[in-house]
Ligand binder design. Sequence first.
Ligand SMILES: Nc1ncnc2c1ncn2[C@@H]1O[C@H](COP(=O)(O)OP(=O)(O)O)[C@@H](O)[C@H]1O
Ligand SMILES: [Mg+2]
Length: 457
Amino acid sequence: MFVAAAAFAAVTFVVAYLAEDYLVGIRISDQLKSTNSVAVSMAPYLNSSNSKKMYELAEESSQKYGGRFLVLNKSGIVQVDSFSIMNGQKLAYKEVSDVLLGSGDTAYGFYEIDGSGDDTFYAVYYTAAIVYNSETIGAVLFSDDIQDVVDTTGDFVNILIIICGAACAVLLLISLVFSGYITRPINELKNVALSISKGNLRQRIRVTGKSEIAELANTFNTMSRQLENMDRQRSEFVSNASHELKTPLSSMKILTESLLYQDGVAESTYKEFLGDINKEIDRLNETITGLLTLAKTDSEAEALTLSKILLSELVYKSVTALRPIAKEKGITLTYNASSELEIECDALKVMQAVMNLIENAIKYTDTGGHVRVTLQKSGSNAAIVVKDNGCGIPEEEIPYLFARFYRVDKARARDTGGSGLGLHISRKIALLHGGSIAVKSEEGKGSVFTLYLPIRS
Ligand SMILES: Nc1ncnc2c1ncn2[C@@H]1O[C@H](COP(=O)(O)OP(=O)(O)O)[C@@H](O)[C@H]1O
Ligand SMILES: [Mg+2]
């Protein structure tokens, strides 16, 4: 509005100025011509000092051109005045001296005249030299008011102001309607954002049309859906975690109480129960360690400590670390690297992921089985394959394997221990490196877990 009003004002000002200039220019050139022609006719009368004729001509011209005519002699003294007021007075206007001293044939100037009452008006004084026999013998002074031109321009400006005012009003109306149209959805967006920030994560914005605002609203809805999702996951996680922590505690409680409130319990029973309690403590420990690792991987998601490492060496170290456990369980653990494969990665995290897979393979394979670890190149990836001939996984369970706390056989998992966090953490590590984990498994026959890591970082 402000810009438009300023533009209108500028246009009004310029147009008024140009119009006035133009109208005044036409008027002046006309009247200078008239003054000059009167001066030509006046020359012989002034030369012969024929006052009567001079007066008649002044009077006549006054009637014809509508102003006041004066005839001055060489010294600027009024000889004749068509209004008969200034006879004999000396006029010292600049326009008069200009023509009398010969610096020009004609001249003019503007004067502000105090009229009757308060009103002043603008007049123009035109002078023309009276030349007789190539000699300047006097001057004609013609004065006429130019207020009509000034008034015309004023009227013109008034009309322009009215038009511009009307245009501004229309503009205001349009901009009000449009700004309402634009701000309404923004206001809605703001209200929903406010409501979400207060915890109402289910809020969504109604999206209409295809404008940028609609796009923004869509993005916003996606964001709040994501927020709601995260919130749900968080509360699910808390309840899962509490459950996982509570289960071993309840077992321990039952075991201790049954010992406490029984008399004459055999030492072998004590030993057995304490052994069970010890297992539960291990489980609790494992779950808590898993939770801590998970929290760490989450918070360090952005900060991988990258270094160039030989993958074959890393896998070798993982296998070696787990060999005693395999041996204890009577499982053959073999490692075969078909290439060295140097990659850039966070060595500690990758090692943890690899060890989780090997640990699982050992854990879910019976005595006498075998676990084969191989390292190979697979396209642009390094593939660490962990293959076992253990219990395998039912096909319908495979999609859930990587969920937090998920274990296929809960009852069995009690004996084997474990928190159900291992695969979740491993996959997270793989994803952080731009890789993935693939599973192939057949129930009763064995499983193949493959960790893919991109060779180029
Ligand atoms: N090599 C495997 N063979 C059979 N089942 C497996 C194997 N690896 C993982 N699983 C199944 O996937 C589940 C999730 O594994 P994981 O996240 O490592 O948890 P955990 O080992 O603590 O139970 C395991 O409980 C197990 O049921
Ligand atoms: Mg595990």
